[in-house]
Design a protein around this ligand. Structure first.
Ligand SMILES: O=c1ccn([C@H]2C[C@H](O)[C@@H](COP(=O)(O)OP(=O)(O)OP(=O)(O)O)O2)c(=O)[nH]1
Length: 155
């Protein structure tokens, strides 16, 4: 069953830029597009090697309580241009009503131009469990114990 995400377009946003949508029925992510400020639309945003930029989507969203929106990188941009997300995975909280932005970073060796309307990331909706953090005197024993960070071998 699809989770309903309410979307508000910013007043200044270009309405001809498509809203997020799943490209195929089985796609986990819905593509997010750059909706640049009017003054940036002609040339796009130039992302120099090592640089980062907060790219506007022109959208605000209301994610239902109990869910989050994850902003994930597009593998095509990563492979072809070395463009990733500066924050790894973006977290859009269910109570956030501000502008939805995508923080791109250029890990490649050549400049990358973020074009108006281009697909820059993808949004995945995921259920989240609320946690309660309770201090205790000792944790239960497990087979792994404290082993981690490569403790099971180098391969
Ligand atoms: O890639 C992102 C990450 C976050 N946000 C928005 C939605 C999110 O709900 C809010 C806060 O994000 P986060 O919790 O990651 O930011 P923070 O650095 O912890 O700041 P804050 O103190 O505002 O929570 O910013 C985006 O638009 N894009």
């Amino acid at each position: 069953m699809a989770v309903l995400i309410e979307i508000l377009r910013e007043d200044w946003a270009d309405p001809s830029v498509p809203l997020p949508e799943h490209a195929t029925a089985g796609a986990a992510g819905a593509d997010l597009r750059a909706n640049l400020l009017p003054g940036d639309r002609a040339l796009g945003l130039l992302l120099k090697p090592g640089g980062r930029v907060l790219v506007p989507t022109g959208l605000r969203v209301a994610v239902p309580a109990g869910y989050e929106m994850q902003i994930r990188a597009r593998s095509g941009l990563a492979v072809q241009h070395g463009v990733a997300l500066a924050n790894g995975v973006g977290t859009i909280d269910s109570d956030y009503r501000g502008p939805l932005g995508v923080i791109l970073v250029n890990l490649g060796s050549t400049a990358f131009r973020v074009r108006h309307g281009a697909r820059i990331a993808q949004a995945v909706i995921a259920a989240v469990a609320a946690a309660r953090f309770a201090p205790v005197e000792a944790l239960d024993a497990t087979a792994r114990g404290a082993g981690g960070f490569g403790s099971t071998g180098r391969d």
